[in-house]
Design a protein around this ligand. Structure first.
Ligand code: TXA
Ligand code: MG
Length: 348
């Protein structure tokens, strides 16, 4: 466990960063903060190192990892080509919460990273601690989110510890992460760029940079079982108790809560600052203001994990407008709910 003050001058020369980087070079796995969520990092060239990530997370081997870099020059060695569109997006959004899919250079990265695909996902994070760690290790770092597979991604070092204690070499603690949701994953290997996972960078922001329209992967729209990003087929981000999305008036949601409580169940509500006072339940958590969706994104995973701490039997979650980062918020909530929705019949 290495607490690090991200504001120190010359963070790359900071002894704890150097120590963590040495573990990466020794093919051990280390958790570290990024601007989105905490990652679990390994030397992306090494099968031995990358295999430990899958083992510690309990992650299926067919779900590929994102490779994290700190310099543009690293990218050129890892990929077989950089399209014009990709270059525009890199100039606009790197370092930052945008992951791009490229055709990979053969024989450079561990095949475990890419799960046997001929493409590779790469991003340059903007968190100073993440950049310092990558630079100090001198390696591209493969890193999924540092949670047990199926749990909400970690936004604090404590979350990482709760999930992975004893399974990893260490945690670089840079405090709470910023965005709070994972990066946007964009496939620009085809003619039209396709969003495989909505995230910190919105579709509108992407479209303002490339002249073409950006598509959204069809399985995100239709809820079919044919994922383009392999990770999208697994149940994700879930607290232990069943979670239902509820789209309706507060009074109607309260009547659902009352029914469950009559059955002797402890009910939690994921509410907003506008509505939290209006419910009666066993645990009411405020995820942020409906008018500040950045705040909701920042607190979403933290809030989902809070429900686990208090052992509720059942969770109802309000829904949020699908605008800007709201698209990513609702994508994660839908997964946490296993796509279970309850919608109020407006004639009631
Ligand atoms: O914000 C983030 O992206 C965080 C931080 C740590 O950087 N990382 C993260 O990694 O969320 P992970 O492993 O939890 O999610 C990676 C996603 C998965 O949905 C995976 O299927 C997709 O990226 N992916 C990776 N390589 C791919 C490829 N070659 N083609 C399509 N999708 C890919
Ligand atoms: Mg993840």
């Amino acid at each position: 466990y290495w607490p690090v003050d991200s504001n120190v001058d010359n963070i790359e020369g900071y002894p704890r960063i150097a120590e963590a980087a040495q573990y990466i070079r020794d093919n051990q796995i280390v958790a570290f903060p990024t601007e989105t969520v905490y990652g679990l990092g390994a030397n992306a060239h090494s099968d031995e190192a990358v295999a430990q990530i899958f083992k510690a997370k309990g992650r299926p081997a067919d779900n590929p990892l994102i490779v994290h870099i700190a310099e543009y020059q690293q990218l050129e060695k890892l990929v077989a080509g950089i399209s014009k569109q990709a270059k525009l997006l890199i100039d606009a959004f790197w370092p930052g919460p945008l992951t791009l899919i490229f055709p990979k250079s053969p024989g450079v990265l561990s095949d475990l990273v890419t799960a046997g695909l001929d493409t590779v996902a790469i991003r340059m994070p903007s968190h100073p601690v993440a950049l310092a760690l990558i630079r100090a290790s001198g390696l591209p770092i493969a890193a999924p989110s540092a949670n047990r597979s199926g749990k909400p991604s970690p936004t604090t070092a404590l979350h990482v510890q709760q999930d992975l204690n004893g399974k990893i070499a260490g945690i670089v603690d840079g405090g709470a992460t910023g965005v709070g949701l994972e990066s946007t994953v964009l496939d620009c290997t085809g003619e039209v760029p396709v969003i495989l996972r909505p995230g910190g960078i919105t579709k509108e922001e992407l479209e303002s940079v490339v002249s073409d329209k950006i598509e959204i992967a069809s399985n995100l729209l239709e809820k079919t079982d044919a994922p383009r990003a392999p990770g999208m087929k697994y149940k994700h981000y879930s607290p232990s108790a069943p979670l239902y999305l509820v789209d309706g008036e507060v009074d109607w949601i309260q009547s659902l809560i009352n029914e469950k409580r009559k059955q002797g169940l402890k009910v939690g509500v994921l509410a907003s600052s506008e509505t939290k006072q209006k419910y009666q339940a066993d645990l009411i958590l405020n995820v942020g203001s409906r008018k500040q969706l950045d705040q909701v994104a920042h607190q979403l995973y933290y809030t989902l994990r809070e429900f686990d701490q208090s052992h509720v039997d059942f969770i109802y979650s309000e829904v949020f407008p699908q605008l800007g980062v709201g698209v990513a918020i609702m994508n994660r909530l839908e997964k946490a709910a296993g796509h279970h929705w309850l919608i109020q019949d407006k004639q009631d």
